[in-house]
Unconditional design. Structure first.
Ligand SMILES: *Cc1c(COP(=O)(O)O)cnc(C)c1O
Length: 224
């Protein structure tokens, strides 16, 4: 049996039922994905549009493809026909593009809003103030082909897990604020995507519903 399958089997044992594993297969060949598919896994994540489109074209049609990376507006059209969840929506402009492409494809695009919780300023995302403004806008609330399913965040890349915990806790607090905001009817707002190979345990502790795991299952990548 392959190493990847072994790692996968070991890994899923520790995942509680209320948490879904997004197996992040970026840079890995379709064969690796098929091995997990044959184990019954269906949820895979990619961070580049071209790679996502290529793999989706080659692999079984019942895979749930998640776009986990930064998404450029001019590339939405390539994934709109089939993508299951877009994790890192970080601007009103991108939301508008999603609404337009959703309508063209006659399907509702599920997405998460990315919140900037880390210290590094290289990471994309809304600030807390911006996200509060964005979800309250009439325009946002009237989207018909975009469904905001929750939030996504990436913690600071550090060994200090206490620091990471504070950042995830902050994200969860923002999530709860939005979920319980008066007058904002969001029954489908229930996903919290946080946690990667190095910090998923903390993320699950702090309420993650989706964890995005690459290297721990597929092995180290040569490039990202
Ligand atoms: C690559 C990537 C992951 C997975 O990272 P690992 O550290 O390999 O688990 C998760 N989320 C995003 C957005 C990624 O780009």
């Amino acid at each position: 049996m392959s190493e990847t399958v072994n790692k996968y089997r070991e890994f899923v044992k520790q995942i509680p039922e209320n948490v879904r594993l997004v197996a992040v297969s970026k840079t890995k060949p379709p064969g690796d994905i098929l091995r997990l598919y044959n184990e019954g896994h269906r949820v895979f994540g990619e961070n580049k549009v071209q790679e996502l489109v290529d793999k989706a074209g080659e692999l079984p049609g019942d895979i749930e493809w998640h776009m986990v990376g930064h998404l450029q507006r001019n590339k939405v059209k390539y994934i709109a026909p089939f993508v299951s969840l877009i994790h890192a929506v970080d601007s009103m402009k991108l939301l508008r593009t999603l609404e337009k492409e959703g309508e063209k494809n006659e399907r509702v695009l599920d997405c998460l809003l990315q919140v900037h919780i880390a210290e590094e300023d290289t990471k994309f995302g809304f600030s807390e103030d911006e996200i509060m403004e964005t979800v309250k806008l009439d325009e946002t609330r009237q989207f018909q082909f975009v469904k905001i399913r929750g939030l996504m965040g990436m913690a600071t890349f550090t060994d200090n897990l206490e620091h990471v915990r504070q950042e995830f806790r902050k994200l969860k607090t923002i999530f709860e604020k939005i979920k319980t905001m008066p007058g904002l009817d969001r029954p489908d707002f229930n996903e919290l995507s946080m946690g990667m190979s190095n910090d998923y345990e903390v993320a699950m502790d702090e309420g993650a519903t989706l964890i995005r795991i690459g290297s721990l299952i597929f092995g180290e990548r040569n490039y990202t």
